[in-house]
Design a protein around this ligand. Structure first.
Ligand code: C5P
Length: 401
């Protein structure tokens, strides 16, 4: 399953993130895949050919010709591959790829290939935002290539923003998912609505009340649903996360009221709705038109209750299977069961803050799934694995409904 037994051509261009590729190669081999590494001439400044050759258990190439005049056949290597990964993909290499500027072995091999191509861009934030880069990414998508988006964080320049190459682990996940034929398309053509992330409630033009929700759980659910063949509408509060999947439509909102409006616009058309958003319970009664000045020693903000989006869905439920989340600190199961009834849910996913590694901003979660008649407890798992458990429960319930 996954990349096991697959032949993966790794094309490295000259960015500082190239140092991370050793880890990618090592793990492809560890997971039973085979790799052939090719570098651009510039990439040689960033990584050692000897290290790459040792890890990939094969000679690596950066030139059309070997030291004894032998030809490193780009055509043969391209046709050998089950997938190509270009990582890191610099602005320069990306531009050459989409325009067919074939002045090195990496581009010649890329142009000769027929297999799926995965591109992990890496560059400084302004280069990533430049219209020409955006256009080139768009073109690559139009060619049917898969973009593994750059991540947010500190860049080699010292600036902070989007441009860091996706972590090797994410590149591996993307490849594994691509090759995973285990998916039985069990949610084929089902329409799934997912709410995710925090909501921000404005205080004045520059301030808001928010929370630390990362949106990771909701995004993992969206990705997993799409893999199972669903058409997903992901309505999310502010987050830097993104999903490149034609079956996931993302609507980005800011406040609870905006989330409610978007949710209710689409809810009747859905088969399944999962509310994983951490919606702010209260919002300022009035939003100041101008930035509030600091005059007095204290400031009183009057807050009013936000709409309960999930409860509203529950009240308007016709055919939909409805799932909510609960984060409780005391009488967990009892409170979760009350919520299940109050919000007219089919089941509720209980996260416990007591469990180390579970909850906000973390990559792992430990849950119980509670329906009217059953309580199922799960181990601590990655949020991607938790998403699978939740969707398995959804599918079971769909079959018995
Ligand atoms: O009532 P409580 O906030 O604990 O319920 C949590 C569940 O309800 C979550 O599924 C959350 O996404 C949803 N919720 C909502 N709108 C709110 C508050 C919570 O959709 N205003």
């Amino acid at each position: 399953m996954g990349i096991s037994g697959k032949k993966i051509l790794v094309l490295i261009s000259g960015g500082i993130a190239a140092y991370k590729i050793n880890y990618l190669i090592r793990n492809i081999i560890k997971q039973g895949g085979e790799t052939q590494v090719i570098l651009t001439p510039d990439a040689e400044q960033f990584v050692s050919k000897l290290t790459l050759a040792t890890l990939s258990k094969k000679p690596v190439f950066s030139d059309f010709y070997g030291p004894n005049g032998e030809w490193n056949s780009h055509v043969e290597m391209a046709l050998w591959a089950d997938a190509i990964v270009v990582a890191p993909c610099t602005a320069n290499t990306l531009a050459k790829m989409v325009n067919g500027i074939c002045d090195n072995l990496v581009i010649a091999t890329y142009l000769s290939a027929k297999c799926p191509v995965f591109i992990a861009p890496a560059m400084d934030l302004d280069m990533y935002q430049h219209p020409s880069t955006k256009l080139n990414i768009q073109k690559a998508k139009e060619y049917g290539h898969h973009i593994i988006p750059a991540e947010n964080g500190e860049l080699a320049s010292g600036l902070i923003g989007q441009g860091r190459m996706a972590e090797p682990e994410n590149i591996l996940n993307t490849l594994n998912n691509h090759f995973d034929t285990a998916y039985k398309k069990s949610l084929d053509n089902k329409k799934v609505l997912i709410t995710a992330g925090p909501t921000y409630e404005a205080i004045d033009p520059v301030r808001f009340i928010g929370n630390h929700s990362s949106g990771k759980m909701g995004f993992a659910l969206a990705e997993e649903s799409a893999k199972r063949g669903a058409k997903v509408l992901l309505i999310t509060g502010p987050t830097t996360l993104d999903i490149q999947n034609p079956n996931v439509k993302i609507i980005r909102i800011t406040s609870a009221k905006e989330m409610l409006n978007k949710v209710m616009e689409h809810f009747q058309n859905m088969d399944i709705a999962i509310a994983s958003a951490a919606v702010a319970d209260y919002a300022p009664k009035e939003v100041a038109e101008e930035k509030i000045k600091k005059n007095d020693d204290s400031l009183i903000l009057e807050l009013v209750k936000n709409p309960d989006i999930l409860k509203t869905m529950g009240e308007n439920k016709t055919k939909q299977l409805l799932v909510g989340f609960a984060l409780e600190t005391q009488n967990e199961e009892e409170n979760a069961k009350l919520k299940l009834a109050k919000k007219n849910l089919d089941f509720i996913v209980l996260n416990s803050l007591r469990d180390n590694g579970a909850g906000f901003k973390k990559d792992t979660n430990k849950i119980k799934i509670i329906s009217k008649t059953t309580v199922t407890e799960y181990n601590l798992k990655s949020k991607n694995e938790v998403a699978k458990d939740i969707l398995d429960a959804v599918e079971n319930m769909l079959h018995t409904k």
